[in-house]
Design a protein around this ligand. Sequence first.
Ligand SMILES: C[S@@+](CC[C@H](N)C(=O)[O-])C[C@H]1O[C@@H](n2cnc3c(N)ncnc32)[C@H](O)[C@@H]1O
Length: 274
Amino acid sequence: MKLNTHEFYKLRDFMYQRFGINLSQKQQLIEGRLGNVLEKRGFKSFSDFISHMEADHTGEDVSLVVAKLTTNFTYFYREEQHFEFLRNVALPELVPRISDGNLSIWSAGCSSGEEPYTIAMFLNDYFGGDKHGLDTRILATDISDKVLGIAGSGVYRGEHMTKMPKEWYRKYFSRIQGDEYEVVPQIKKEVIYRKFNLMEPEFRFKKKFHIVFCRNVMIYFDEPTRRKLARKFYDAILPGGYLFIGLSETLIRSEAGFEYVQPSIYRKKGRGNY
Ligand SMILES: C[S@@+](CC[C@H](N)C(=O)[O-])C[C@H]1O[C@@H](n2cnc3c(N)ncnc32)[C@H](O)[C@@H]1O
């Protein structure tokens, strides 16, 4: 199926305005990745699909575009420096200052769940089973229904698990069959999945977060979008709290107001008691 220039501009503008996803250089990618799928679904042209998508309130069409044009690539224990930092610096610093019994962590752009489950497993190792009486449930959000479905099921293939500590196979998974493993209920209940678009003009959460992970998500966004997003994260994080981004990403610190700690780790100024 061919994508003409007018259709390309329409789709590009829609994706940018709704999701901050910058597809300006991606005309061929869109035609290649989306064309066949749309044909199979019975659309006659890209225009036909775009009209359908504009009228669609279920979010299904949009979800399809996001799934085809962005990568959901992720795996357990990705960027382990972040977990070292949590163990050695962030948690020893933050936890003693918590008085309301909540350690609040958000995995923003969680894809199929490997990241938030890794955090939950890591916390279980760090605190031990009773978590010192803390509620450490993790909020995990993504825009794509497809990946959230996988995350909720908690079923993974071994290829997503090769980087994690070996004992985790036994501790946190049960083998279903062959190369398929399911996250144990004790860890599943530690993660709350929600559909959430990071392009929402404001983040209205009941509580602010001690730690936000938004790793390998901003790669799709252009600089003004990244800057706005960093500002919203800043407002959503408690004083002294942390933002972790992907190791290959950077933030323009002065704009965002964060203190730079080390590559891909930023801290909100201040030192709160929570
Ligand atoms: C490459 S995955 C990163 C997964 C995980 N954070 C990691 O580092 O392994 C990027 C995820 O960002 C999500 N995403 C892209 N744009 C988004 C938006 N506007 N709002 C919420 N999630 C978005 C995609 O659906 C995808 O699942």
